[in-house]
Design a protein. Structure first.
Length: 674
């Protein structure tokens, strides 16, 4: 009998532990939205789904997996899970963000077309089409890279540095022969040639436009995933390739590149050149496995802080202390108290950061940070992040100056901690009620064989084994890892928590949900209701038109542009065809201060940012949109604007608006502003 006691004690302890896990699991199950709220919200949202680029003559879409380096062949399906991307913006200059650029992984193609339902202004065309080989497109950006007033396209890749397609001549009819390729002044990889340059083999999964050094020109911040110089898609390669050096502190990934704008030409031979600047980031910051980037000014100096969403290692928030031509960043660290898990401290997590967005969730006039990780039930249930700002603006800015990250993790208490295997995540007001909704791209590998048990076994193995792909489970076509995660659509209930009402909205086939990577948002038809597009991996991508019954007078939309013809900020009608010298004023901040903002029940102060590509692989329109619960009739809105002129000088102005709806805000590119 005595010999049985240790075994019985061990069994009892095991049962107690299992019971504790069960109780914790029950306590963390998503709550159901109150019935009264659900009925109200189900009537407030409606979206019509249309396939993007349903047919292009001569384009075959039959790829399902990439050809990879022989040492990675056993995990070819895993390596093939990235690349789908979509951007919404204004290519034809009509003033509306009703054009899109899409990376369709089924064809290794970059496709340009009008958004479905917005008119056939130009025929869809293929901007790039790569045969299988060591290079594949992995993301797209719209922007005016050579500052000539026309919208250009930029493509990022696995296997080489990004390059731009610059518009040659102004025209409302978009054709592929109007674009000239610029290599941005960067070295070329020269695969399998005498000019081969391994250092120019980049594996980019995140790219954002921002004036990083404050000189008045937009720079490019690039987050590479695999190591620069790797041969991930080279089926002829012989040198073994490496995966993540550990499960929680992997610092052997690709390099962060800061491309500072240097010079440009326009006309028939447009070009733009950047300098790959030294950032002096330590290895743990410079070589994380980055999947998401965000740029936002947090302390009011009009220098954007950077959020790095890293896989297999801690995310980082960098305080920007740069000056023109000289980069300087200081990592910000959150504070930990006795009841806060380490991974819920900003800068110390061990999760899988894969998407990021900014918005004022708690209504204090400061940007909060929404981050996607992996939160798959019965798989890996880490937690998504909602970093809520803390303290008054004065306290917040002072904390940043001390090197602190004044945020606390609140996703669990607000209902945003779980959904699935997350990628892009977005905060936006889709029904103009003044509250932000949250949507996510979800899903990883769609197949018929559940490979979570094998992946969990790798998760409990020695971290030293993770870098060697030979120790990984076999992930071939047919494997499934969170391949059937439904796309969530979170709305905020009367109790302040977020609830997922996506099943009621019927965004997708519940038996065959999308495997999504990128989410782009824009009001494509200027009706005051935000629409969105989803870029899906190895399957069709879709546009979702907002068909709700939201009243048009309950929103404020602002398209902010630099305009060489104005000397002071001025509001004008929208939409209007883009004029020579106009371009989106990326990085501009706007604060809306309605009358009676401090009155209980009144409209609170609203903040917005002209975004330059924050996220994973979806790119929002640069236009700003604010939902208003109740526009005060007969009273004007106070609008505070902060921006940098083209000479790099910070500028601020206060204007007034007499009515809701869409407006264009024209900012002087240089000169003094009173």
């Amino acid at each position: 009998m005595s010999s049985l006691l240790p075994a019985l004690r061990k069994r009892a302890a095991s049962l107690v532990g299992a019971g504790a896990v069960l109780v914790l699991g029950i306590l963390t199950l998503p709550r159901e939205m109150p019935a009264v709220d659900r009925a109200r919200y189900e009537q407030a949202f409606a979206f019509d789904r249309t396939e993007l680029a349903p047919e292009i003559v001569g384009l075959t879409r039959d790829l399902k997996v990439r050809a990879v380096h022989p040492s990675l062949d056993r995990i070819a399906a895993w390596i093939s899970t990235l690349g789908a991307s979509v951007a919404l913006g204004d290519l034809d200059g009509d003033g509306l963000s009703n054009d899109y650029c899409l990376v369709d992984t089924r064809a290794n193609a970059v496709i340009v077309a009008p958004v479905p339902g917005t008119g056939e202004r130009f025929p869809p065309f293929v901007l790039e089409h790569w045969e299988e080989g060591p290079i594949a497109p992995s993301g797209v950006q719209l922007g005016d890279f050579n500052e000539d007033g026309q919208t250009d396209l930029l493509v990022q890749y696995w296997g080489r540095p990004p390059r731009a397609h610059l518009r040659q001549t102004p025209s409302t009819s978009i054709t592929p022969d109007q674009f000239v390729i610029s290599d941005l002044g960067l070295p070329q990889p020269g695969w399998h040639t005498a000019e081969s340059n391994p250092s120019a083999r980049w594996y980019t999964n995140a790219l954002v436009q921002a004036d990083v050094d404050g000189d008045g020109h937009l720079d490019l911040v690039i987050g590479n995933y695999f190591q620069d110089g790797a041969a991930i898609l080279d089926a002829q390669g012989t040198e073994p390739q490496s995966m993540h050096a550990g499960k929680a502190k992997a610092f052997n990934g690709g390099t962060k590149h800061f491309l500072l704008w240097k010079s440009a030409t326009t006309g028939d031979t447009p070009a733009v050149t950047y300098t790959d600047a030294e950032s002096n980031l330590p290895p743990e910051l410079a070589h994380g496995w980055t999947l998401a980037l965000g740029a936002v000014d947090l302390d009011g100096d009009l220098l954007p802080e950077l959020y790095l969403g890293n896989d297999f290692g801690p995310d980082q928030l960098l305080h920007n202390r740069s000056t023109p031509g000289k980069l300087a960043f200081v990592p910000l660290h959150g504070k930990r108290d006795w009841n806060t898990p380490k991974s819920c401290v900003l800068g110390a997590d061990s999760f899988k950061g894969m998407g990021v967005d900014f918005g004022d969730v708690n209504g204090d006039g400061l940007m909060d940070i929404y981050v996607s990780n992996i939160a798959t039930p019965f798989g890996l249930e880490e937690s998504h992040f909602l970093w809520l700002s803390q303290g008054t603006r004065t306290d917040f800015v002072a904390a940043i100056a001390r090197g602190e990250a004044p945020y606390r993790q609140a996703s669990e208490e607000l209902g945003l901690s779980r959904s699935g295997w997350g990628w892009d995540c977005r905060l936006a007001d889709f029904n103009n009620d003044g509250e932000l909704e949250a949507i996510q791209a979800t899903g990883f590998l769609k197949g018929k064989i559940n490979r979570w048990p094998e992946l969990q076994a790798l998760g409990t193995a020695n971290s030293e084994l993770v870098s060697n792909p030979n120790f990984w489970p076999m992930f071939k076509p047919g494997a499934d890892l969170s391949g059937h995660n439904p796309t969530p659509f979170f709305v905020r209930g009367q109790d302040g928590r977020f609830y997922n009402i996506a099943p009621s909205l019927k965004l997708e086939d519940p038996a065959n949900p999308m495997v999504t990577r990128g989410i782009a948002i824009a009001d494509v038809d200027a009706d005051g209701k935000l629409d969105f597009a989803c870029a899906n991996q190895w399957e069709a991508s879709y546009f979702f038109h907002n068909n709700s019954q939201t009243r048009s007078e309950t929103f404020l939309g602002i398209s902010v542009v630099y305009d060489a013809m104005v000397t002071e900020p001025a509001f004008g009608p929208f939409p209007v065809a883009r004029q020579p010298g106009q371009r989106p004023a990326i990085g501009t901040q706007v604060v809306i201060k309605p009358p009676d903002a401090t009155r209980p029940g009144g409209i609170r102060e609203l903040i917005g940012l002209v975004d330059g590509g924050t996220g994973h692989s979806g790119r929002k329109s640069p236009d700003m949109h604010f939902g208003l619960k109740e526009f005060p009739q007969g009273k004007s809105l106070e609008v505070e604007v902060a921006w940098r002129g083209q000479d790099g000088t910070p500028r601020r102005a206060t204007l007034r608006l007499e009515e809701a709806g869409w407006h264009q805000l024209r900012l002087p590119a240089g000169g003094e502003t009173k």
